[in-house]
Design a protein around this ligand. Structure first.
Ligand SMILES: C[S@@+](CC[C@H](N)C(=O)[O-])C[C@H]1O[C@@H](n2cnc3c(N)ncnc32)[C@H](O)[C@@H]1O
Length: 244
């Protein structure tokens, strides 16, 4: 259970369960990020927990220098394939958020689509935020795209079912202590697979307090990829922009 993220994200199934998290979804959020940060092509970007590289690849196609890292070799292979298809550089590396170091510095670090809160305690969850602070140039940005705790608690769907590529996918969600736990059951013909997601629920205030302690200043907060203002009860996402 503690290492749920290794099993789930290295399975071939993750991308089909989340196939709505596609290039259009990535582009929308990146347009918001580029509008806010006003980066220029010479700036360098680190995509932390880049998955199959949908954000890194869009940014690279726009001419930015991007490095993406992730723990899942399955997803990194997809990222490399996707970059190759678009004749973009392969700048993807395998690394753990809790144990990563680069010699170079970045102007923007992104951590998108709830790639935060996976570990067993605050120390591990915020470890990368400390690292990121030291990896940023002065005035560099850190963008966190995370769930909105209050909205999630008020709108949690206990169980849902969908069919993708002839696979029946049943997702069961519950809140246990301070985490949201999702069981994912995937049935195809006679075969059945089970996975778990377990994400620590942090409020905006908890996150901001910890980032501030590390040295960051919060510069803006949005509640969705369109750039609506963040509302604690009604926003589907919590998108925070911090500056070093
Ligand atoms: C929900 S996915 C998001 C991926 C990508 N940011 C996107 O939006 O498509 C979470 C990602 O975090 C990665 N991840 C999980 N634990 C990690 C760790 N300890 N170190 C680095 N990456 C990790 C997973 O492999 C997965 O690619």
């Amino acid at each position: 259970m503690e290492n749920w993220f290794k099993n789930w994200f290295s399975s071939e199934e993750y991308l089909s369960v989340y196939q709505h998290r596609d290039d259009d979804d990535a582009t929308k959020l990146l347009e918001l990020i580029l509008r806010q940060t006003k980066l220029i092509k010479q700036n360098s970007i680190l995509d932390a927990a880049c998955g199959a590289g949908r954000h890194s690849i869009y940014l690279a196609s726009r001419g930015f220098k991007v490095i993406g890292f992730d723990l899942s070799k399955t997803l990194l292979l997809k990222a490399q394939d996707n970059a190759k298809k678009k004749s973009l550089e392969n700048n993807f590396v395998c690394a753990d958020l809790r144990n990563i170091y680069f010699r170079k510095k970045f102007d923007l670090i992104i951590n998108l689509f709830t790639s935060f809160g996976y570990f067993k305690n605050n120390e591990e969850n915020f470890k990368f935020i400390n690292t990121a602070y030291s990896l940023l140039n002065e005035n560099g940005f850190y963008v966190l795209d995370y769930l909105n705790k209050n909205f999630l608690l008020a709108n949690l769907t206990g169980e849902s079912k969908k069919v993708i590529d002839n696979k029946i996918i049943i997702e069961k969600r519950k809140v246990v202590k301070d985490r949201v736990i999702k069981e994912i059951h995937i049935k195809k013909d006679l075969e059945e697979q089970h996975f778990i997601e377990s994400v620590r629920l942090y409020s905006k205030n908890e996150i901001e307090t910890e980032f501030k302690r590390i040295g960051f200043t919060r510069v803006s907060a949005f509640g969705d990829y369109d750039g609506s203002n963040y509302d604690e009860q009604n926003s589907s996402r919590l998108i925070l922009f911090f500056k070093k």
